[in-house]
Design a protein around this ligand. Sequence first.
Ligand SMILES: [Zn+2]
Length: 127
Amino acid sequence: MSGDIAEEFWEKAKLEILVRPVCQSCGKSFFSPQVLCPSCQSNNWEYTESSGEGFVYSYTVIHRTPNSQFPSPLVVADIELDEGWRMFSWVTDALNKNIQINDRVKVAFTSFSGRKLPIFELQGESS
Ligand SMILES: [Zn+2]
């Protein structure tokens, strides 16, 4: 095994594709990438592309960010993706759009600190 197990995640992010580990034994998605599936301890998992769509499970507003690289205030959310996995990320323009729990979001990508970082944008009213 070479490199770290998150390498493919960042390689795909460069192409603006969001992926997550999907266990080939039990079928569950999980995050963050780790050697063993947290549900069944199998090491047989593969990165699979995500729709990048989900909703705000919870969020917090950070008014004092660690340094000026970060937008301020910064909204950090626990996003639940439609495939049933969760990741922490930023939600852009969240306060202007009056972010609420359960709001629909979709992945977007931003350049940050030399990497493409998956972040999320609030979607409009669902039709
Ligand atoms: Zn599993």
